[in-house]
Design a protein around this ligand. Structure first.
Ligand SMILES: [Zn+2]
Length: 333
């Protein structure tokens, strides 16, 4: 591997730094990185720094980077000289091109297959494939020979989860500062979460799967007509104060408070948005629900910074990971 002299590493100084496709504030946000992540910068231009972002070229505002004293070859994500191996513990496991269910499938692995770990990100492990190249596998579908890294040892096999994408049809929910509707964002997110939960072994029922109007009573009765273990409602917040930001998880019945806490804790760790904690919420779908029920407000679409994150595939993937892990933590107790 040759590393050019100009390449150097920096730490991220902002709590959440948006990665854009071009060195231009108007260009698309392709993802984001969290505080103290180390990035390798290959070029600087007019206040922007060019970085490698999951194999893609991305640009970040260089004012939020601080120099580290390492050279690129010492970056922790490169040259992982690890003998650590993982064993696949399920059949038909998808190997993906990146660390999340939104990435394309590049192959399959079966129970007992062994791979060397190249890298790790969140709940996902990057492994060296036998035919050359690498791929990513969800951490809960593998077990590790050393120190139980990654952590995911459980699955959601046997659990049924009702996913409720808020609003729909003639009920748009909140309107984002750029005109986007909450109902559109909630269904996109519900689909990402559903896919992740199914990969973790859960049975997933959705209260709506397209842009249709479903009454609150019917949403709850979906929950009542299946032997579901949890009801998870997905919403986004809005405020006239544009700087208001963050994620809150609500519960109504005391018996749902623990589930709300386990999911909120993972959202706080994995999404990069501030945590506004767990709160009591007197919402119809919680109050009348026969199951353990929570409602997530996954950021403020009135806040331009929250909205830029919310619209990325990485955010959906991170929330999907957080909800899956939160449910595993809760049911694993
Ligand atoms: Zn809503």
């Amino acid at each position: 591997m040759s590393v050019s002299a100009e390449e150097s590493t920096y730490g991220v100084g902002a709590s959440t730094l948006i990665v854009r496709s071009q060195p231009d504030i108007q260009s698309n946000a392709i993802g984001y990185i969290k505080r103290n992540t180390v990035v390798t910068v290959s070029e600087k231009r007019f206040g922007w720094a060019k970085i490698d972002y999951n194999g893609q070229t991305g640009w970040v505002a260089s004012q939020f980077l601080y120099p580290t004293n390492k050279t690129a070859t010492e970056s922790p994500t490169q040259n992982v000289q690890s003998d650590q191996k993982v064993t696949v513990n399920a059949s038909g496991v998808r190997i993906r091109k990146g660390p999340g269910v939104n990435y394309a499938i590049r192959g399959f692995a079966n129970s007992g297959d062994v791979f060397s770990i190249v890298n790790q990100q969140g709940q996902w492990v990057q492994v060296r494939l036998n035919g050359g190249g690498t791929g990513w596998i969800a951490g809960w579908l593998v077990s590790s020979s050393a120190n139980n890294q990654p952590t995911g040892q459980q699955s959601l096999k046997g659990y049924s989860i009702v996913l409720d994408a808020g609003h729909g049809g003639f009920d748009p929910g909140a309107t984002a500062y750029n005109g986007l509707y909450e109902k559109t964002l909630t269904i996109q997110m519900a689909q990402a979460v559903a896919e992740q939960l199914r990969e973790a072994g859960a049975t997933v029922v959705m209260t709506r799967s397209d842009d249709s109007y479903v009454t609150l009573a019917n949403r709850v009765s979906v929950s009542g007509s299946y032997p579901a273990d949890a009801f998870v409602s997905i919403h986004y917040n809005a405020s006239p104060i544009l700087s208001t930001s963050g994620i809150t998880t609500y519960y109504y019945d005391d018996s749902s408070q623990g589930l709300a806490q386990d999911i909120q804790q993972e959202l706080a760790q994995q999404t990069g948005l501030p945590s506004d904690g767990v709160r009591f919420g007197d919402y119809y779908v919680l109050r009348n629900n026969p199951e353990k029920a929570i409602l997530m407000e996954l950021g403020f679409i009135s806040n331009p910074n929250d909205l830029a994150l919310i619209q990325t595939a990485q955010y959906r993937s991170n929330v999907a990971n957080a909800v899956t892990q939160g449910l595993m933590n809760y049911f694993g107790k």
